[in-house]
Design a protein around this ligand. Structure first.
Ligand code: CA
Length: 227
């Protein structure tokens, strides 16, 4: 899943980027409000971590503009100010959650996970497709009785598929939600990772869960739903 961090303080931005990257997210950083707004409009992020005090355009203005343009990207606001009016302003501007600096990284991580549980994405901490299960807290994956060992990137591709069961996802969608801005769109990296996942998840089973939709992309669905 892909996260945009809009934060002008390098220490905090780099700390958050490193932590989220280690937790398996694809992360981009924008360093001021205008850059953040442009990024958030250009890419369909899964979560936005947005500082309030930002140069050029503050976080509240960024969020209002984003919501005015119909973008519902789940958003956590970060701020050093912990007064009731600030929290109210943030929530009124369309924030989904609020975190006061300084914060402990595990709390930010838990809040990001909580936002990813909201509809229309699959809710609950354990994602299930047929006999395939992914625990998004422990990051354990198993199919039937077998546990499956995945690399962080394989896990990220599978998580994106499992959060959108039965939906056809294009290579571009998968790429954009799993890799950050350094992702090269023309490459076949998505097909390569789907190949890795098939070997680990489907190869030993009679019913494949990952399907190729010719000319479009991929989807994951239960064997019963095979069309
Ligand atoms: Ca700031």
């Amino acid at each position: 899943m892909r996260v945009l961090v809009v934060e002008d303080e390098p220490g905090i931005a780099n700390f958050v980027r490193q932590g989220l990257t280690e937790a398996g997210y694809a992360v981009d950083v924008a360093w001021d409000g205008q850059e953040g707004l442009a990024c958030a409009l250009a890419v369909e992020y899964d979560v936005l971590v947005l500082d309030i005090m930002l140069p050029r355009l503050d976080g509240l203005e960024v969020l209002r503009e984003l919501r005015d343009q119909g973008r519902q990207t789940p958003t956590i606001m970060l701020t050093a100010r912990d007064t009731v009016p600030d929290r109210v302003d943030g929530l009124d501007a369309g924030a989904d959650d609020y975190l006061v600096k300084p914060f402990a990284f595990p709390e930010l991580l838990a809040r990001v996970r909580a936002l990813l549980r909201r509809p229309p994405l699959q809710t609950g901490t354990v994602l299930v497709v047929d006999d395939l299960e992914m625990d998004t807290v422990t990051r354990l994956v198993r199919r039937g009785d077998c546990s499956i060992d995945l690399s962080p990137r394989e896990y990220a591709v599978l998580e994106y598929l499992m959060r959108h069961p039965n939906q056809v996802l294009t290579r571009t969608q998968i790429g954009e939600h799993v890799w950050n801005l350094d992702f090269y769109n023309e490459s076949n990296v998505v097909d390569v990772y789907i190949g890795y996942l098939r070997r680990k998840i489907d190869k030993a089973h009679a019913v494949p869960l990952i399907q190729t939709v010719r000319g479009v992309g991929y989807r994951i669905c239960a064997g019963d739903d095979y069309a």
